[in-house]
Design a protein around this ligand. Structure first.
Ligand code: GLU
Length: 290
């Protein structure tokens, strides 16, 4: 049975909307609307010191300004610690997660480089040996985890050797992004994750957690990531909100072009709703790099 299309945009409100997050919001919105699906917004505000309600509100006002209307209430991860605690409890009860006493330095000193820094060498897998727990990690194995990305095709990763047992609750007491995103994608009934390719490498970890927790795996589509001339991911530099209307429409046109939908001459300068109606009809997943 295919689930009704439900997409989402899940920004971390650590700053205002920037061009990179506008592209992710727009791509997931267009994919949902083109399939007559729902589109939800979730604030990934677990990292309280780095996030603020003011940034969350500014992002929401910016989405409204672009005409990227969402369905249903906004979800806030900061309000759901019980749900993440229950998921961790489920993993621990099944022997799938364990406490870890290792410091960053210990891990960095003793190990192989993986796809995102050092691979955890499993020091605490067999127990804490009298040391006190700092973080919680989920067990991995080396069977490849594969999925079909709608843009990039088949992707496979061996977690144990490429990432290692990864953190699901951090030493500072915060639940990790990987756990929260999996719990919330299932809770919100997300059928389709459309997001930037900077998160491609996280997907196998998320599928692993979905399998361990008995949760469904959404379809995934990783969009190109906007970069500046120096090849760095665009973030705070290009603020995409609080712009006057003509600038907003020009930036939306630029984001559409970035996603492979150059706005036709007769629509140049048209207000955002007109650009979005046109784009919903013409939306296609952007081509993969050649
Ligand atoms: N909150 C993450 C970010 O802003 C995105 C999470 C996701 O789309 O899975 O990078």
């Amino acid at each position: 049975m295919t689930r009704p299309y439900t997409g989402r945009f899940a920004p971390s409100p650590t700053g205002p909307l920037h061009f990179g997050s506008l592209v992710a919001a727009l791509g997931s919105w267009l994919d949902a609307r083109a399939q007559k699906g729902r589109w939800l917004v979730r604030m990934e505000d677990l990292d309280a010191p780095r996030c603020s309600q003011a940034h969350a509100d500014a992002i929401l006002r910016a989405l409204e300004g672009y005409g990227l209307a969402w369905d249903g209430p906004i979800a806030y991860q900061s309000r759901r610690p019980e749900a993440y605690g229950a998921a961790l409890g489920q993993l621990v009860a099944a022997g799938l997660a364990y406490p870890c006493a290792c410091s960053r330095k210990e891990i960095a000193d003793s190990t192989l480089e993986g796809i995102e820094g050092p691979v955890y060498p499993g020091i605490c897998r067999g127990g804490l040996q009298g040391r006190s727990a700092r973080a919680w990690r989920v067990r991995t194995d080396d069977a490849p985890i594969c999925f079909e990305d709608r843009r990039l095709g088949r992707q496979c990763q061996r977690l144990e050797s490429e990432v290692g047992d990864f953190v699901v609750k951090r030493a500072d007491g915060l639940f990790a992004y990987q756990l929260a995103v999996v719990v919330d994608d299932a809770w919100q009934g997300i059928s389709d994750v459309v997001r930037g390719a900077d998160l491609l490498a996280s997907t196998a970890r998320q599928i692993h957690l979905q399998r361990l927790l008995g949760l469904p795996t959404p379809r995934y589509c990783h969009l190109p990531v906007a970069q500046n001339a120096a090849g760095q991911k665009l973030s705070k530099q290009t603020r995409a909100n609080a712009l006057p209307l003509p600038a907003q429409s020009a930036l939306l046109a630029q984001a559409l072009e970035f996603l492979g939908l150059p706005v036709p001459e007769e629509l140049r300068g048209a207000p955002c709703p007109a650009l979005l109606s046109w784009a919903t009809v013409h939306w296609e997943i952007p081509r993969p790099p050649t």
